[in-house]
Design a protein around this ligand. Structure first.
Ligand code: CP
Length: 330
């Protein structure tokens, strides 16, 4: 693996999941893999889980992580080709990225979308320019349209909960995983959020070797890009969608078509205990941070079906598996 920007950088999702789970079982088994190497974590936006789990993962592999809050501590970067830099931007990415590439063996970058110009956001201009000019492998810590470390984590977490049956045919033992129903449901929120987590979750579940029956539910006008949802069943009736679900993934996103807006924000879309009764005793997931009693009720988040803490914990193993693949050139 050279870069980790989307599911397209992954040869075999299940092999990567197995690798992550092996690190969960034995975090220090490759403790010297990254010896004498440095990983730079550049944040143009806030973070709790991604910032900390990636540092833990790097240290488990013997790498030295260095965090740089570009938004607060760095010069304001210019990304536009041919820009006349007479405004607020101080340093062009063309000048900054090659220097960062000399300081670090791997660069990790978080850049949120503007939610103002869809074309610019969906071109992934920021992360693509880091890749173009840094000259070292780049890992996305969430970009304008995708959050691949989160999605890998989500697949790892679901894998841990999928029932497996063992059997014997012609004298040979085999294991069969159940095919769960996975529902991604839109939830209300107080502000316009990116589509990244939902896009990315859809992209990964669709690419997951047909391992799940995949349903997306949202109010009309909240369609995501078909580039990511193609293959999923889309239902606008949330109750209908939730029936017999094994996993419910809750997430808000702003509108894609009339870009970056909040239309309907009906509190009825909040996931409650009542709605959970429609499911097959589903496990409830959310990438966090979560707005309690707006997106999900306290009862659901604090109840036995919630696996959000385990999910967030798994961020370490996802990051460790990805960094390891990059270091090994696999
Ligand atoms: N889920 C996630 O990316 O969390 P942070 O924004 O806190 O990193």
């Amino acid at each position: 693996m050279r870069n980790f920007i989307s599911v397209h950088d992954v040869k075999d999702i299940n092999a990567l999941v197995e690798k992550a789970l092996a690190y969960k079982h034995d975090p220090f088994k490759d403790r010297n893999l990254g010896a004498d190497k440095r990983i730079g974590l550049l944040f143009l936006n806030p973070s709790l889980r991604t910032r900390l789990s990636t540092q833990v993962a790097a240290r488990n592999l013997g790498l030295e992580p260095i965090v740089f809050n570009v938004d607060k501590e760095g010069w304001m970067l210019e990304f536009e080709e041919g820009a006349i830099m007479s405004g607020n931007t101080v340093e062009h990415i063309k000048d900054a990225a090659p220097i960062l590439g000399q300081y670090f063996d791997i660069l990790c970058i978080r850049t949120f979308p503007s939610l103002k110009n869809r074309e610019d956001d969906y071109s992934e201009m920021y992360i693509q320019q880091f890749i173009k000019y840094a000259g070292v492998p780049v890992i996305s810590l969430e970009s304008a349209t995708l959050h691949p470390l989160q999605s890998l984590t989500d697949i790892i977490t679901m894998t841990e909960h999928i029932p497996v049956t063992t059997g014997e045919t012609d004298g040979k033992f085999h294991t069969v995983s159940a095919k769960p129903k996975v529902v991604l449901t839109w939830a209300p929120h107080v502000k316009a959020l990116p589509q990244c987590v939902a896009n990315s979750f859809a992209q990964w579940v669709n690419a997951w070797d047909g391992k799940a029956e995949f349903v997306i539910t949202h109010p009309e006008d909240y369609e995501l890009s078909e580039e990511f949802t193609k293959g999923a069943t889309i239902i606008h009736d949330q109750d209908e969608a939730l029936k017999n679900a094994d996993f419910v993934y809750v997430k808000n996103w702003s509108t894609f078509k009339d870009y970056g807006k909040i239309y309907e924000n009906d509190p009825k879309w909040m996931l409650t205990e009542e709605k959970l009764k429609l499911t097959n005793n589903a496990k409830v997931m959310h990438c966090l941070p979560v707005r309690r009693n707006v997106e999900l009720s306290d009862e659901v988040l604090d109840g036995p079906n919630s696996i959000v803490t385990q999910e967030a914990g798994n961020r370490v193993w996802a990051a460790q598996a990805v960094i390891s693949e990059i270091l090994k050139g696999e």
